[in-house]
Design a protein around this ligand. Structure first.
Ligand SMILES: Cc1cc2nc3c(=O)[nH]c(=O)nc-3n(C[C@H](O)[C@H](O)[C@H](O)COP(=O)(O)OP(=O)(O)OC[C@H]3O[C@@H](n4cnc5c(N)ncnc54)[C@H](O)[C@@H]3O)c2cc1C
Length: 285
């Protein structure tokens, strides 16, 4: 197996063409585990770590551009992410352990397309897009169009993810990420919920986006629950009703980490966190 360390995208494209069954290697926290488990040996690995262009993070035109090879630790250390995108920041803080976060990249989390991928629900509620490039040029796909199914993405041969673009929410927007794992740290989510919420002057919901992780084959959005909450104040009674709707709508699976029934109840109960976390109060931002 050959391992290549291209320094520019121009160097990468001919390698992808020469080894169509090769694999892109970012932090390796998913890929190396998978190769070890399956015994599959791709003929080539294309390491992204020396591609400086994928390691940048910058605000342009009201959007945060996060390079695919930016690590989860770098998200945790970013003031912009912490202040403007708290749901993504909280998800980054809760992903794996410090050594995992040090290697794990945003591009790797998105390309793994796991229903438990922690950065995904925040990227859904912020309306993020994924930038994808090949020798032929670049295209941008909304995150929900990029994720095609569990473990499947819209990438075609010869393409890589170059980054994600996240519109920065207006001041006063509340956002948060809630995750239940089997342990406090290092646990893959049993269920998770990202919320982005704007209220009107009276404290009622003007707009809300919700995205659940680990309660279906991919990230779950429930427009009917969002529509129910719009125009209402987030009292505990309202959140309980919305939670019952969510629990009835999700289609979780049983696996080694939790039963489907437990996940279904969690999907509803996670909404109650909104009442406890200040989501029902006026924001002064
Ligand atoms: C102990 C442990 C705990 C973990 N805990 C969590 C957790 O709590 N939450 C969570 O979400 N994940 C967790 N993970 C999974 C993993 O760390 C993340 O999914 C991580 O973000 C993957 O990023 P990576 O850079 O390591 O990707 P890699 O392993 O390098 O790559 C993952 C996949 O994406 C492809 N890929 C990577 N980058 C690109 C790109 N730019 N373009 C095209 N394809 C690309 C690779 O070919 C591969 O198929 C854990 C993993 C371990 C080992």
């Amino acid at each position: 197996m050959e391992v290549f360390f291209p320094r520019t995208l121009a160097e990468l494209w001919p390698l992808l063409a020469a080894y169509p069954t090769g694999a892109v290697l970012a932090g390796g926290t998913d890929l190396l585990v998978k190769l070890r488990k399956t015994g599959v040996r791709p003929p080539a690995l294309f390491a992204l770590e020396r591609l400086a262009v994928l390691r940048q993070m910058a605000v342009r035109d009201g959007e945060l551009h996060i390079g695919a090879a930016v690590t989860v630790s770098e998200l945790v250390d970013s003031d912009t992410v912490q202040k403007a995108l708290p749901a993504l920041w909280e998800a980054a803080c809760l992903l794996g352990s410090p050594p995992v976060r040090h290697g794990a990249t945003v591009g790797g989390n998105v390309c793994t397309a796991s229903p438990a991928g922690d950065t995904l629900p925040p990227l859904y509620v912020y309306g993020a897009a994924v930038t994808v490039a090949s020798a032929a040029g670049e295209r941008r796909l909304p995150i929900d169009a990029f994720i095609a199914g569990p473990g499947r993405t819209a990438l075609i041969p010869g393409e890589i993810v170059t980054g994600v673009v996240v519109p920065l929410p207006s001041a006063g927007t509340f956002s948060a990420y809630y995750k239940v794992g089997k342990r406090r740290a290092m646990a893959v989510a049993v269920a998770s919920l990202a919320v982005r919420l704007e209220r009107d002057a009276g404290g009622a919901v003007r707009d809300i986006r919700l995205a659940w992780g680990s309660v279906g084959p991919q990230v779950v959005s429930l427009p009917a629950v969002e529509a129910f909450l719009r125009g209402r104040r987030l009292t505990e009674a309202v959140l309980r009703e919305a939670g019952a709707m969510a629990a009835a709508a999700v289609r979780p699976i049983d696996d080694v980490r939790a039963s489907a029934d437990y996940r279904r109840r969690l999907a509803g109960n996670l909404l109650l966190k909104l009442a406890a976390s200040g989501g029902d109060e006026e924001e002064d931002g």
